[in-house]
Design a protein around this ligand. Structure first.
Ligand SMILES: [Zn+2]
Ligand SMILES: [Zn+2]
Length: 124
């Protein structure tokens, strides 16, 4: 049980340690040297639990791989369709923060997902 929870913590730390919005495979490769018995299935299972309790957010699928975000405050993303880089954008979310979208729809907004696509600086 202790080992399991150490892994769980390491998986969360790995996701929070970077702004690259990693895939499960990236987390697995990063932790494998420290946890030789770690399986990709364990990484996926823990990430699924983090998403369920709101600790981690899914950015969605980028080039066929689901990507994850340890930043849970409202923000948007720029996704490069060439290299798959995901960049955080802050400041597009005031309409959600002040309840404008919820009021407009007569709904309760609990999370948002806004993505911009194109070619990043490096790929241009
Ligand atoms: Zn790029
Ligand atoms: Zn993000």
């Amino acid at each position: 049980m202790k080992r399991y929870s150490r892994k769980r913590e390491a998986i969360l730390d790995a996701i929070r340690s970077t702004t690259i919005h990693p895939s499960a495979e990236w987390v697995y490769m990063k932790l494998k040297p420290d946890f030789p018995d770690l399986s990709l299935a364990t990484v996926y299972r823990n990430i699924a639990e983090f998403i369920e309790d709101g600790t981690v957010v899914s950015v969605g699928s980028v080039a066929g791989q689901e990507r994850y975000d340890g930043r849970t405050e409202a923000h948007s993303h720029f996704i490069c369709d060439d290299c798959g880089s995901v960049t955080d954008i802050f400041g597009f979310d005031t309409r959600i923060e002040n309840g404008e979208i919820g009021d407009m729809l007569g709904a309760l907004v609990t999370r948002q997902s806004l993505s911009f696509h194109g070619k990043c600086k490096n790929c241009l």
